[in-house]
Write a protein that binds this ligand. Structure first.
Ligand code: GLC
Length: 721
């Protein structure tokens, strides 16, 4: 529809119809056609009225429901304004790929693109118009359950992978039936909640906000994301959904965002318990004044926005501007001409879990796994007749992670299935050994498990935390393996030295004992649909681990906050010295450094970083610096390697990190092959946020290194003029 006709449509709408465009309801209350809609105070809302005026719904399951919802609404709406259908597609719709935190460990934007592209096709067929993704909240505290949902503790990875996700999902033209609009979230700094507790208050300086958190949302906006979702948390005293500075000054003012802002689930209503709104009507006022266009569920806008306009508290022009943004989005998606967009049951049958998508999911599961330790028992080799598969995840189907679609566990290739497909002649003995829940205390399975291990040629010991222990509302104060898993590990490893410990978890866990005792330690995170196939291929060397940690793994929860790009302090403790040095910035009872650092990960082959060269020793702001890192595969197997580039600015107007990732590239090398990996560094990549919150670069000596955090090598200096 031409934009001028949108204006005509807007002018033809009643105030009630305008407000309706800013109301989002749960699809379930219409699909079931039985669920009554209750307002925040429990009063019943008129289903028919809402169905007629509402502008969007969230959370439905398939194309059939999508069509029914659209038809139900368009039948009721005299203005025939199509619904927006929105859904959380976080790491795959029906074919599930690894959780975002695992995807960050690939250090491969192209892999993110491939997975996003697959998810887009399945989402469009399902009838999705908007996905509430990418989530790009920089997270540095594993107590926060939603750390599983972001790519990294490093904002550069979140920025690049988030932007890659947006481009792959939205494509060039949203009106294309298989395009899906992106809603970047949760704006802003949701991952910095105090004490790692979900929904908790965030208090960071503007400088830290602009340096560590905002760039990822901005990268997604600049990549074209059409919606932004403010976060639940209060940010420096003001909840994001009522934060005018955040939404009007920064998002729309500085960044020029002209898309739709949609609240998180009842975040408008939560302004009352936050303590900034005296009641729901006041909450509706605050959110509308701050620039929140759509109220997601609980209906503060539905109940009170029209009254606020009639009482002159909210100008109708403000509502009109919000409604026009929503109508423009619907028009960009081509919904006025084609309200069903890509909903297509035939396409669902063809695409869901198809071999092409399974192959992408399998590749992602293989390339996001991080080999933390290997005493040489991996890859398993030689004649293997008897395999002991032990632990609480041995036969687990829920290996997809939070936000996987309901029923995803039915699609999972389990570990036994994956092993039997690859090793059809081997005997697989399965012993659970113990549970993985907090309440699990039964140790009676440990002895039989140890006995099974003793008799086996190789042992696969599966440990971790249950799928629903991370994700939204799943914060933990401790990061231990729940239940008697460590006792199980002790007995099994003692029984058979050819034991590979495989971890399934959605957050960094404290693994200190396992790091000491496990002959091999493989972090699989939640690998998704192809879990069993990917793990079997990794263990038997059909795939070579190449993941690198996108978040450091702590020795203790007491080390948090523990960002890899830490400051030196005035009394640095010389890493990696593990002895406490009195009167230095250290602990008396533990080293400062994480157990495993950001950027770390092993391979079945070995790589030599032979040299790092700069094409110049000084550069102006208009020039670029070419950095060449020569890497050689010095082992016997082909392998992929994430080459990382770190910057240090030893003297600046504010303290700067001892190491800051400024670029990365994934390469593949055959045995004996050497490659010059070239990076072009611009002045923009050397910038930081100064004391006055300006993005600046400063003249002086800078250092460039490669390797990985806390293990920088081949450092070279240059001067920025
Ligand atoms: C949830 C989440 C948000 C999600 C939304 C809709 O509470 O915070 O990430 O997109 O509600 O499900």
């Amino acid at each position: 529809m031409e934009e001028r006709k949108l204006q005509d449509l807007l002018e033809s709408m009643t105030l009630e119809e305008k407000v309706g465009q800013l109301v989002q309801c749960n699809a379930g209350q219409f699909i079931a056609n039985t669920m009554e809609i209750t307002g925040p105070d429990g009063e019943m809302l008129p289903t028919e009225d809402l169905c007629r005026v509402m502008g969007s719904v969230l959370t439905f399951e398939n194309a059939q429901q999508a069509k029914a919802l659209q038809e139900m609404h368009l039948t009721a709406d005299p203005k025939k304004i199509p619904l927006l259908l929105m859904l959380d597609v976080i790491h795959g719709l029906r074919t599930t790929y690894p959780i975002p935190l695992a995807m960050g460990c690939s250090f491969d934007d192209d892999l993110m693109t491939a997975c996003a592209d697959m998810a887009r096709k399945e989402s469009a067929a399902c009838g999705v118009h908007v996905t509430f993704n990418p989530m790009v909240d920089t997270a540095r505290d594993a107590r926060w359950g939603r750390i599983m949902e972001t790519n990294s503790e490093e904002v550069l990875i979140n920025s690049r992978m988030g932007a890659a996700y947006v481009r792959a999902t939205q494509g060039e033209n949203l009106a294309e039936k298989d395009s899906v609009a992106c809603c970047v979230k949760h704006y802003a700094a949701y991952g910095a909640g105090e004490a790692g507790r979900d929904y908790n208050t965030v208090d960071v300086s503007e400088r830290t906000l602009r340096e560590t958190y905002l760039p990822a949302y901005r990268a997604c906006v600049e990549a074209g994301a059409r919606l932004v979702m403010p976060s639940f948390n209060a940010l420096n005293g003001i909840p994001s959904v009522a934060n005018r500075w955040l939404m009007n000054d920064v998002l729309r003012g500085e960044w020029g965002f002209d898309g739709v802002v949609i609240s998180d689930y009842n975040a408008v209503g939560e302004l009352v318990p936050h303590g900034v709104a005296k009641d729901l009507k006041d909450a509706a006022r605050l959110a509308m004044e701050a620039g929140c266009d759509i109220d997601m569920v609980k209906n503060a806008y539905y109940l009170y926005l029209a009254d606020l306009v009639k009482e002159g508290i909210i100008q109708e022009e403000t509502v009109d501007a919000a409604v026009m943004r929503v109508l423009k989005l619907k028009n960009e998606l081509g919904l006025f001409e084609n309200p069903l967009h890509g909903a297509d049951e035939e396409a669902e049958k063809r695409l869901y879990l198809c071999e092409e998508h399974r192959a992408i999911a399998r590749r992602a599961a293989e390339e996001t796994a991080v080999l933390l330790k290997n005493d040489g028992i991996l890859p398993f080799s030689g004649e293997v007749k008897r395999i002991a598969l032990i632990g609480p995840f041995a036969e687990e189907t829920r290996l997809n992670g939070f936000w996987s679609r309901p029923g995803a566990e039915k699609d999972t290739v389990t570990i036994p299935e994956g092993i039997r497909a690859l090793m059809p002649d081997a005997e697989v003995i399965i012993e659970k050994g113990c549970g993985a829940e907090f309440a699990d205390t039964d140790r009676s399975g440990i002895a039989p498990a140890a006995e099974a291990a003793r008799k086996a040629d190789v042992v696969i010991l599966t440990l971790g935390e249950p799928e629903n222990y991370s994700g939204e509302g799943r914060s933990r104060a401790e990061l231990t393996l729940p239940g008697p898993q460590i006792e199980l590990a002790r007995r099994v490893i003692e029984a058979n030295p050819r034991t590979a410990v495989v971890l399934f978890n959605g957050r960094p866990l404290v693994l200190e004992e396992l790091a000491e005792t496990a002959p091999a330690l493989l972090e699989m995170w939640y690998p998704g649909t192809e879990a069993g196939n990917a793990l079997a291929r990794l263990l038997w060397g059909k795939a070579n681990p190449c993941g690198k940690l996108s978040v450091g793994l702590p020795r203790s929860v007491g080390q948090y906050p523990m960002p890899y790009n830490r400051m030196n302090t005035g009394r640095p403790k010389p890493p990696p010295d593990n002895r406490p040095v009195p009167f230095s910035s250290c602990y008396l009872d533990m080293p400062n450094l994480p157990l495993y650092s950001f950027g770390y990960g092993l391979s079945y082959t070995t790589f030599a970083y032979e040299k790092l060269t700069l094409d110049r020793r000084s550069m102006t702001g208009e020039e670029t610096l070419k950095v060449t890192v020569t890497v050689k595969n010095t082992g016997k197997l082909p392998g992929k390697e994430a080459v990382q580039l770190y910057l240090r600015d030893p003297v600046a107007s504010v303290v700067r990190p001892v190491q800051q990732l400024i670029d990365y590239r994934k390469i593949e090398l055959q045995p004996g092959e050497s490659r010059d990996v070239e990076f072009t560094i611009s002045e923009k990549q050397l910038r930081f946020i100064d004391f006055n919150c300006r993005e600046v670069s400063e003249a002086g000596e800078l250092q460039i290194s490669t390797g990985y955090a806390d293990h920088l090598i081949l450092t070279e200096s240059f001067v920025l003029k």
